[in-house]
Design a protein around this ligand. Structure first.
Ligand code: FAD
Length: 439
C-alpha cells in the first residue's frame, strides 16, 4: 500500500506560506494553513510589493499556470523611470527602468499591491486555509510527527510544521525584546493616496509616469510610487487591456475580494528617534497625523498629498532586529520568509520568501519520491534559505532606493545620472517580451 502523502502544517497565510501551499498541492502533498487574520480581506491594505525576477520564477514554479498568468495581468503599470528629487521637488537623477509604461508583465519587476498578492495567492486554497486561528507554539512527538498549538487550546498534528508567520516566529522561544525604536535605525510610515485629479496634479511632473524618492529636510525622505491597476474604482476592468489579460482577470474569482484601487503609494522614512517607540502599533489615522507633524518645511505638495491619504491604509514599518544567523527550531520544523531572516523586513523580503517556498517544495518532492529522508531534505532546505537571506534587505537598510530598484548597478545609475542632470524626461527602453514569463 503506498504511504500516505506527507502532511505539512503551515503557520501564516502570507506571501511565503501561500506560495508554499500551492507548490505542495501541485506536488500531491497535504497542506493545512493556519492564519490569525479573521478573514481573507482583514489584513491592512499594506504597501506596494515589487517582485523581482527570482521571486517571479519561484511563483511560476509553484502556482498553477493560469494563476501565475493572472498575477502578471494583475500588476500595476510599470514606472518608466525612478527619479530622485530634491526638497523643492526638482529632479536631480533619473534612472530609466526597462519595460516601463507597458503592460505589467513587460518589466523585470512586477509591482503589485500587497492586497492583490494576497487575494491572488489565496485563490484555489480556500479549503486549505483556516482563518482566525493563531498558532502559539509547537511540540514534537516520539514517532517523529509534530503538532502546532493553537490559541483556542486545540492542536493539529502533521509530518512537518512550517513557520511562515513573519518575525519573530511563534515557533521560536521568545527572544529578548529588540531595543526600543527610539534613537535606532529608521521607520517608514506609509499610506495610500487615491489617484484622483487633485492628487495626480500634485505629483511632480518628472514622476508621471514614474516612481521616485524625495530628499526632504532633517533626514526625511519620501518615496512616491504611482500604482495604476487594470481595474477602475468600481472594480470593473478598464477598457484597452490586452485581450488575454482581460480574459484572465474576468474569470479570476479573487478579483471581487481585492479592494486595491489606483493610488499613489507614499512612504516617509525618518530616523526612528523622531517617532514614539510604539509607532508600529498606532492606528492608520494616527500615523498620517504623525507623518504630517514630522517637518513643517515639508514641501506643501507633499503635505497636501498626505492630507489626501486614506487613513485606513496607514502603516508603520520598523523592525530593529538582531543581526547574525536566525535561530532555527529543532525537530520536523522549518522557518520560511521573514521568519527565517536575520534581516529587518523590507524590499527583497517577498522574493526571498517565495524562493524559500520553492526550495522547500523541491526538498519535500525528493522525500515524496524516496530520494531523501525528511531530515536530509530539511538540512538542504535550511542551506537554501540561508543563501536567500543574502539577497534580502539587510539590517539598517531596509528601505534604500537602491533596494527599490532591485539590484540596479552603480554604473547604470551613474549613466542615468548624466541623463537626469539634463532634467529632461527620459523615456525607458521598451521590451516586447514578458520578462517574468520568459525568465
Ligand atoms: C514597507 C515595506 C515594503 C516592502 N516592499 C517589498 C518589495 O518591494 N519587494 C519585496 O520583495 N518585499 C517587500 N517587502 C517585504 C515583504 O513584504 C515581506 O518580506 C514578505 O511579505 C514576507 O513574507 P512572509 O510570508 O514571510 O510573511 P508575511 O507575508 O508577512 O505573512 C505572515 C503571515 O503570518 C500571519 N501570522 C503571524 N503570526 C501568526 C500566528 N501566530 N498564527 C497564525 N498566523 C500568523 C500574518 O497574519 C501573515 O498573514 C516590504 C516590506 C515592507 C514593510
Amino acid at each position: 500500500m503506498p504511504a500516505a502523502p506527507l502532511h505539512v502544517i503551515v503557520v501564516g497565510a502570507g506571501t511565503g506560506g501561500l506560495c508554499l501551499a500551492h507548490g505542495l498541492r501541485r506536488a500531491g502533498l497535504r497542506v493545512t494553513v493556519y492564519e490569525r487574520d479573521r478573514t481573507r480581506t482583514a489584513a491592512r491594505p499594506g504597501h506596494r510589493t515589487g517582485l523581482d525576477p527570482r521571486g517571479l520564477r519561484a511563483l511560476r514554479a509553484c502556482l498553477p499556470p493560469e494563476l501565475f498568468r493572472t498575477l502578471l495581468a494583475a500588476g500595476a503599470v510599470p514606472p518608466e523611470r525612478f527619479v530622485l528629487l530634491d526638497r523643492r521637488l526638482r529632479p536631480v537623477l533619473a534612472v530609466p527602468l526597462p519595460g516601463g509604461g507597458a503592460g505589467p508583465g513587460s518589466a523585470p519587476e512586477l509591482s503589485v499591491s500587497a492586497m492583490t498578492l494576497r487575494q491572488l495567492l489565496l485563490t484555489g486554497l480556500e479549503d486549505a486555509v483556516r482563518f482566525g486561528r493563531t498558532a502559539t507554539g509547537h511540540r514534537s512527538h516520539p514517532d517523529g510527527s509534530v503538532s502546532a498549538r493553537l490559541d483556542d487550546g486545540t492542536e493539529d498534528r502533521g509530518d512537518l510544521l512550517v513557520g511562515a508567520d513573519g518575525a519573530p516566529s511563534c515557533l521560536l522561544p521568545p527572544h529578548p525584546a529588540p531595543p526600543a525604536a527610539a534613537g535606532r535605525g529608521s521607520v517608514l510610515i506609509g499610506a495610500k493616496v487615491p489617484l484622483i485629479a487633485e492628487s495626480r496634479a500634485l505629483l511632480p511632473p518628472a514622476l508621471a509616469p514614474g516612481a521616485g524618492l524625495v530628499r526632504a529636510p532633517r533626514g526625511l525622505s519620501v518615496l512616491l510610487h504611482r500604482m495604476e491597476l487594470p481595474w477602475d474604482r468600481y472594480g470593473e476592468l478598464k477598457p484597452g487591456l490586452p485581450a488575454e489579460d482581460a480574459a484572465l482577470l474576468a474569470r479570476w474569482p479573487g478579483l471581487p475580494f481585492d479592494n486595491s484601487r489606483d493610488h499613489i503609494d507614499v512612504g516617509l522614512r525618518t530616523p526612528a528617534g523622531r517617532l514614539p517607540a510604539d509607532v508600529a502599533l498606532r492606528p492608520g489615522d494616527d500615523l498620517v497625523r504623525l507623518a504630517l507633524g514630522l517637518d513643517p518645511r515639508l514641501h506643501p505638495d507633499l503635505r497636501r498629498l498626505l492630507e489626501l491619504a486614506d487613513p485606513a491604509t496607514g502603516f508603520a514599518a520598523s523592525a530593529p532586529r538582531p543581526a547574525g544567523p536566525a535561530p532555527w527550531p529543532a525537530g520536523p520544523v522549518a522557518l520560511l520568509g521573514d521568519a527565517a531572516r536575520p534581516a529587518a523586513p523590507g524590499p527583497g523580503g517577498a522574493s526571498a520568501a517565495l524562493r524559500d517556498a520553492r526550495a522547500l517544495v523541491d526538498a519535500l518532492t525528493r522525500v515524496r519520491d524516496g530520494l531523501a529522508s525528511l531530515d536530509d531534505a530539511l538540512l538542504d532546505y535550511r542551506s537554501a534559505a540561508e543563501r536567500h537571506s543574502a539577497g534580502a534587505a539587510g539590517p539598517g537598510r531596509p528601505f534604500d532606493a537602491e533596494h527599490l530598484l532591485h539590484g540596479a548597478r552603480p554604473a547604470r545609475i551613474a549613466l542615468a545620472g548624466v541623463r537626469g542632470r539634463l532634467r529632461a524626461a527620459v523615456p525607458g527602453p521598451r521590451t516586447n517580451g514578458r520578462a517574468a514569463a520568459g525568465s
